[in-house]
Each structure stands twice: as structure tokens, then as C-alpha cells.
Ligand binder design. Structure first.
Ligand SMILES: C[S@@+](CC[C@H](N)C(=O)[O-])C[C@H]1O[C@@H](n2cnc3c(N)ncnc32)[C@H](O)[C@@H]1O
Length: 457
């Protein structure tokens, strides 16, 4: 059977989920992008869209647990697509109460018939009916607690071992299970245009139910409806952004009139938050490596109506070729990272990241910070942020940077909203997904001293 002969969407949700999962497994696509593209391309209706998203994400999130459940029922080798079909069918049987078990089995058998022949359909039928009769084994049977957590929460063993070492078992366990829960939907109100209450009312007029966050004042939690298609979004009243992604702009202490640089800016979420804080006074240069990504930043600036945002396609490790040293009051380095804080949005991350990735990321992060240092005015501020919770990329990178720059020091994060204060230490904050139901992230604020200590006297 060639999976390639299949269109992503032929009107059957499970069949589409199977095709998407196959592409992700072969590393041909990222889960969030492929799902989004498929939904948009085929204009899949709301009901099917919700089920397709749930089955695709759920199967991916629980992949290792599903394989553990399936293993006793499988004799011999299976084609990849058959295994994937079994996983997504068992996901529905085990995790989704509203889908009758016989419907999940019948759908699987029909798909197997269409994609192959009666023999495969019989095999799928036999395995799934065997599971319905006997039930699945419990992960409690796994003796070693770290191995058990790895299977029960479906995260690779090395990752659980790493987290237990860095944060202790309890925190690692909570985070691993939290990663399998759908993320909150949040937006940021463009308070240069409208008050938070006016934004809530405007969204409600379009059928969107939103409430103000108790953490960041300009953040709204969306409780019902899709914001991306609303006029409130199109007219630049709100922007879609995770709440913890709003922290770096606070830490940057942007004031109207500042000259600000965002060195890793695409798709532009934090850049636009900075532009809102500038409120039309001062300027922002938003840089990213790839032209197609830089276009996304310009599109956002146009949507929000900011004229003081300049976008550039450049390698930010070489920005001193373009700008004089000491040019900027504020610099954001929202660095490329492993993304371990956003596993809820992109479950494939937990299976594709490798131990060896951390060293190369650490190197890029430090090069970006070194370049930022040169471009920063004396007494200016660099904010280093990531969407990972890994200590090597976070505290590790900051410490290595500080060791090489004696005139830089950590700046207290007392500027952050009150709810975050208990998580800040020495100018750094680590937010875990379980803390506020937001993405996991890290932020450090680094101030350049007025004069280098060697220059005193
Ligand atoms: C975490 S994302 C930034 C998200 C963005 N700040 C936002 O809030 O929407 C990191 C970005 O860094 C960019 N990047 C990676 N290496 C870079 C480099 N050497 N120079 C400039 N941008 C780079 C990537 O293309 C990616 O868009």
C-alpha cells in the first residue's frame, strides 16, 4: 500500500488523522502545521475539525502508552500504517468516552479494507476486538518508577530521566502529564486601541466568550469560539498569544521613545507586544533569519497598524555588520530552543528532540547573546527568553554569558505582574506548564552596567 496515493482529506476524519500521523512519523511535517494546513486547504467543517484535531493530537500525545497497551495483542511485524491505525482506534476506545467502541472498531476495519485488503482488515478487527474483550494492562505493572512514568505519560525515557535530575520526580511527573492536556486559548488585547473590557464586549458581539486573565492584565482566556476569523482580530484589536509569551516584554521594561531590537522575532508575537508598549513613540527593529518568516512579522505590524516597526531578514549573530555598537536601549533575544515548554501544542517535539541537540542550541543562544551585548547601549537591558524548561538552555546559557561579560548583571524581575513574583529568583523566571496552564518558558533580564568595572578610575 502506498500512503502517498491518498489525499489528506477524503471526507473521513479517521482516515485523515491516519494520513497526518503517517507524515508526522516520517518527519515530513510538524503536527500543528500539517493539521492547520489540512483544515484550511480542505475547509473542513467545524465538527470534523474538532474530532480530527482531537484524534491526531491525542494519538500522538499518548503514542508510547498506546504501544504499551497494544503490544500483548500483536504477533509479528506490522506495517507502519496499520500500527498507526491501531493506535488511533485504541485512542478513541480508551480515552474518548463519547465514541462508542464498536464505531471505532468498524471505522478502523473499513479504513483497513480501503487501504489494503480483507486480510489486513481481519487482523485489525481481531486485535481491536481482543482488546475490547480482555481490556488493556496497567502501567502499574512497570516496576521502575521512571520507566513507569515514561510509559504512562508517553515521554521518552531519557527526557524523563533528564527532568527528574533537573527538577525532582514530582515536578517532572506533573509536567509530563500536564503536557498531554490541551493548552489554554489566550489572546493579548492591543491596549493602544481599546480597553480590556471593550475587547471582551467586542468579541462577545462576534460570539466569542472571553474573560480577563488573573495573571497578565491584557491577556484574555478564550472560553468559546475561534478568534482568528473575527473582525476584532482582523482589525488589530487582539492578537493570539500564549500568556507566558507575554512575560518577556514586561521584563524588557519598554518605554515610549526607546530604540528596541528583537533579534529572533518571527512570527512576531513578542515584537507586536513591544510595539504596543512603545505606543507609537520610539522604534523597533524586528529581525529573523528566514524571509518567509519575516513576512509574517510585517503582516502583523500591518494588521495592528504600527508604522515604527522595521523588519529585516538577517542572521542576528552578525547584526553588528548592519548596526553600530551601542545602538539599542532594549534588546530581546527570544532564542531558538528545544521547545520543551510547548509540548502541549507540538506533541511531536518530545519524540524528535535528541540529547545531542542541547549543546548546539546552547552555542547558538550564546552567539546571539554575545552579539546583543555589542549592540546594547550602556545601562541598557537585554531580555533572554526561551520556550523551553531545560536548565542547560536557560540558567546554563545565562551563566555562561555572564561569565564572559563582567559588566552585565541580572536585573530583578519585580516589574512582572504580581502572580509571577513567587517564581522569580535573581532576575530569572521559570514558568512550567502546570504553574498557570500556559506554555513552559524562561526569561532572564540582563542589565549592562553604566561603566565597565575595569574602566573605573
Ligand atoms: C522562538 S522563535 C521566536 C518567536 C518570536 N519571538 C515570537 O514571539 O513570535 C525563534 C526564532 O529565531 C529565529 N532564528 C533562529 N536563528 C536565528 C538567527 N541566527 N538570526 C535571526 N533569527 C534566528 C527562528 O527563525 C525563529 O523564528
Amino acid at each position: 500500500m502506498s500512503n502517498k496515493s491518498y489525499r489528506m482529506w477524503n471526507g473521513n476524519v479517521r482516515d485523515a488523522a491516519l494520513s497526518i500521523l503517517m507524515s508526522i512519523e516520517k518527519n515530513q511535517a510538524y503536527s500543528n502545521l500539517l493539521l492547520h494546513q489540512t483544515i484550511e486547504k480542505y475547509d473542513i467543517e467545524l465538527k470534523d475539525r474538532a474530532l480530527l484535531t482531537e484524534i491526531t493530537y491525542g494519538t500522538l500525545q499518548h503514542k508510547m502508552t498506546l504501544d504499551y497497551y497494544l503490544q500483548p495483542f500483536i504477533k509479528g511485524k506490522l506495517d507502519d500504517w496499520v500500527r498507526q491505525l491501531l493506535r488511533l482506534s485504541l485512542y478513541q476506545i480508551h480515552y474518548l468516552d463519547r465514541i462508542p467502541n464498536h464505531a471505532a472498531v468498524n471505522e478502523a476495519v473499513e479504513i483497513a479494507k480501503k487501504r489494503s485488503h480483507k486480510g489486513t482488515a481481519g487482523l485489525v478487527n481481531g486485535i481491536l476486538r481482543g482488546i475490547l474483550r480482555q481490556g488493556v494492562r496497567s502501567t502499574d505493572e512497570i516496576v521502575d518508577p521512571i520507566e513507569r512514568l515514561s510509559i504512562a505519560a508517553s515521554h521518552p525515557l531519557w527526557l524523563i530521566e533528564r527532568w527528574v535530575k533537573q527538577f525532582g520526580f514530582e515536578k517532572a511527573e506533573t509536567m509530563a502529564f500536564e503536557n498531554n492536556i490541551p493548552p489554554a486559548h489566550t489572546v493579548r488585547v492591543n491596549t493602544t486601541r481599546i480597553s480590556v473590557q471593550e475587547a471582551i464586549d467586542m468579541l462577545l458581539d462576534e460570539g466569542i466568550v472571553a474573560r480577563q486573565s488573573e495573571v497578565i492584565p491584557e491577556c484574555l482566556h478564550i472560553e468559546k469560539g475561534q478568534v482568528a476569523k473575527t473582525q476584532a482580530y482582523q482589525y488589530g484589536v487582539v492578537s493570539i498569544q500564549d500568556e507566558s509569551s507575554m512575560i518577556p516584554t514586561y521584563a524588557l521594561r519598554v518605554e515610549p521613545g526607546h530604540r528596541v531590537l528583537d533579534m529572533c522575532a518571527a512570527p512576531g508575537g513578542k515584537s507586536m507586544h513591544i510595539a504596543e508598549k512603545l505606543n507609537g513613540e520610539g522604534s523597533l527593529v524586528s529581525v529573523d533569519l528566514h524571509p518567509h518568516k519575516v513576512k509574517l512579522i510585517s503582516d502583523q505590524a500591518t494588521r495592528l497598524g504600527f508604522e515604527n516597526v522595521e523588519t529585516r531578514t538577517w542572521d542576528s549573530r552578525e547584526l553588528t555588520h548592519e548596526y553600530d555598537e551601542h545602538s539599542f536601549d532594549r534588546i530581546l533575544v527570544d532564542a531558538p530552543c528545544s521547545g520543551l515548554g510547548v509540548i502541549r501544542r507540538k506533541p511531536d517535539i518530545k519524540y524528535t528532540k535528541k540529547q545531542e541537540d542541547f549543546a548546539s542550541l546552547n552555542k547558538i543562544q550564546l552567539s546571539l547573546l554575545d552579539e546583543a551585548y555589542k549592540l546594547l547601549k550602556p545601562s541598557g537591558l537585554i531580555v533572554y527568553s526561551t520556550c523551553t524548561i531545560d536548565e542547560v538552555e536557560n540558567i546554563g546559557t545565562v551563566q555562561a554569558f555572564l561569565a564572559n561579560h563582567s559588566d552585565m548583571e541580572l536585573e530583578e524581575l519585580n516589574i512582572l505582574p504580581e502572580a509571577y513574583q513567587h517564581l522569580t529568583t535573581n532576575g530569572m523566571i521559570h514558568v512550567f506548564p502546570q504553574d498557570f496552564n500556559s506554555d513552559g518558558s524562561f526569561v532572564a533580564a540582563l542589565r549592562k552596567k553604566e561603566k565597565h568595572s575595569n574602566e573605573v578610575n
